[in-house]
Design a protein around this ligand. Sequence first.
Ligand code: DAH
Length: 356
Amino acid sequence: MNDPIPTPNFIGMLLECQQDALDAIADAEKSVDRLRIELLGGKSELAKLTKQIRLVPAVDRAQVGTVVNQVKQTILQALAARGTTQQTKTTLSFDPTMPGIEPPEGHLHIVTQAIEEITRIFERISFIRVRHPEVDWDWYAFGSLNMPENHPARDEWETFFIEAFPDRKKFPIRERTIRNRIVLTPHTSNGQVREMEKGVLPIRMINIAKCYRRQIDVSHTPMFHQFEGLYIDHEVSIGHLKGVLDYFAKQFFGPSRTTRIRPFHFQFTEPSFEVDVTCGVCLGKGCKLCKGGWLELGGAGMVHPVVLKHGGVDTTKYNGFAFGWGVERCYMMKAGTQLDDIRLLYSNDVRFLEQF
Ligand code: DAH
């Protein structure tokens, strides 16, 4: 290893090294950066040869040094040349007239779309969209709606209760009944007395909010949405209620659909009804889907005087109607959106959501 190397042999080795380097660069298999390290770095063939200059006879070392530098320059130039060709190639392959790559575009969740559609429909007949708390005092969800503590009608709603410890001494007697327990609202009807408490009459409210119930299966999710209509004015009749229901059915489900009301019972309405809409498949004739021509929409009724009194409304001058239905349920009943599992709405599977 330390034997002297005759000058011509050394120069021959240098030229061989240069040729190998140029071949490797021309081969274009490796990247320019990688080649730069392999051909000129500390472990390269050229570096090894540079260290062996001392084995060349002393008189020739300066001349051999110049050749080493020339080889290095040649390799550098070849590397630079390849770098530029590559760049030129990429620059040329960019065609500014080509259409761009479309970024992925999202859209509103289908429940949000349904909420917006329902809002627009009611706005056209001067109902105003409002929001009331989704976590509220027991009083607004039950007590004010004619369902005092321990009333059996409360069992209809599988409610999530939250322990609340307000400083009861701070509140007057009436407030103490109100600030008792807190619930995750099981329905949007808590908005009724809250809306009346604003003290502005007449009322045409559409309250759309999240509701919570302790149930989950193909047709229930523990969180869902309801829309609650409340209409308070002078001499309001069941005819007005029926008119609004039919209007909504035609706007939302289609002009050939209509509604019917059946007697039912709610503590906060008198009389109370269950509202059905004609089936979209058989249009009321009766088929496998609906069994009898009708699909159940939700509840409605004439607001109970006790509820009006809790809201501070003078029952000798005013009366009204209310209705409350599920947003998801209504949306599922629209033609073309027959979902066999309502939980799909909240599973956040983009493949499902992209269809709407
Ligand atoms: N809040 C009732 C429920 O969740 C639905 C309902 C029925 C709302 C009758 C109303 C009504 O406003 O008048 O089942």
